[in-house]
Design a protein around this ligand. Structure first.
Ligand SMILES: Nc1ncnc2c1ncn2[C@@H]1O[C@H](COP(=O)(O)OP(=O)(O)O)[C@@H](O)[C@H]1O
Ligand SMILES: [Mg+2]
Length: 302
């Protein structure tokens, strides 16, 4: 990893802010601009000046940790050797690998994870976002994410001036610290096929220890009444559908892949790595199906 001097300066500045209290950093940028690499670097540097740092991976497509279709939170107290060694503390099921059509789920998840990180004593929270930066919808998503999380420190990675409009609310405003940084020459662009393969490997690894389990439908709620799959009365769309298994506080304790629903016995069968099905209070249906080879296929979102 190449560490430009302006990354070091950024870490120094953010570190000094910690003297005044908790720091919330949101990292913005188009795809493959180095957001995740910078978030990890910043987390490592901040751990030298405080005891607990959180990274909230708000990227449900190409997140650094946590399975796809979720937003995930990590709590770090010591420096992990690499990004791959970061383990997930909590997650929230979004149900899709893109925020498009799932803005509410994304924002709710990020807010819940930030709150939990804060409750767990994280002194610095770094929000690593998706690369969706063009158009009005992207603008609104970024704006509201920053409002909801009360982010005051914004790090923008730009190739040219592509974040100009997104950054308008924070420019020359005393309430915000805005850092506009160039993209490292070492940032590598991934093709659509590489992104797909990245997701495939993450699903495969997430479900590697999974077994088939049955959940009695009376003890959980299958909640997503407007999901496309629900309208398929023959149940074919349910098959291989990715679902989020939520606890009573609606944090997602695990993901599952539906293997079948047996209305006569009142059971839902699914593949899941979850060891304690008793924690599940609610099952949320996603908008992707996971094929046998772990490739995902989007179904029409709600
Ligand atoms: N400063 C850097 N030095 C070396 N490699 C980098 C650097 N920044 C990004 N990369 C590489 O570029 C690719 C994209 O970076 P990543 O941080 O995943 O971008 P993003 O999160 O914005 O999509 C990754 O393979 C990453 O290792
Ligand atoms: Mg990333």
């Amino acid at each position: 990893m190449t560490i430009p001097t302006y990354w070091k300066e950024l870490a120094g500045n953010v570190g000094r802010r910690l003297h005044y209290g908790k720091v919330m950093v949101t990292v913005l940028g188009a795809s493959d601009t180095g957001k995740t690499t910078l978030s990890f670097y910043l987390a490592k540097e901040l751990l030298s000046v405080c005891g607990r740092v959180s990274i909230v991976s708000a990227d449900m497509g190409q997140g650094a940790f946590g399975p796809p279709a979720t937003v995930s939170m990590a709590l770090l107290e010591s420096v992990p050797k690499s990004i791959d060694e970061i383990s997930t503390h909590s997650m929230y099921f979004v149900g899709s690998t893109s925020p498009v059509g799932h803005f509410l789920q994304t924002l709710t998840g990020v807010k819940k994870l930030v709150d939990r990180a804060s409750g767990e004593g994280a002194e610095a929270i770094i929000i690593d976002t998706t690369g969706l930066v063009s158009g009005g919808a992207a603008w609104e998503l970024k704006f509201h994410k920053i409002v909801l999380t009360d982010t005051r420190c914004i790090v923008a990675l730009e190739r040219e001036r592509e974040l100009e409009e997104i950054l308008l609310p924070y420019k020359d405003r005393a309430e915000y610290q805005l850092y506009r940084l160039p993209v490292s020459e070492d940032a590598k662009v991934r093709s659509a096929a590489q992104r797909r393969e990245h997701r495939r490997l993450r699903y495969r690894s997430y479900f590697s220890g999974a077994t088939s389990k049955s959940f009695p439908l009376h003890s959980v709620c299958l909640i997503s009444p407007y999901n496309e799959a629900v309208r398929d009365t023959e149940g074919r769309l349910y098959n291989r559908l990715l679902v989020g298994l939520n606890d009573g506080g609606n944090y997602t304790v695990s993901l599952g892949v539906i293997e079948g629903i047996d209305p006569a016995r009142g059971e839902i069968h699914m593949l899941t790595p979850l060891k304690t099905p008793g924690d599940v209070r609610l099952i949320r249906l996603g908008s992707v199906k996971i094929e046998e080879d772990w490739n995902d296929v989007r179904i029409r979102s709600v």
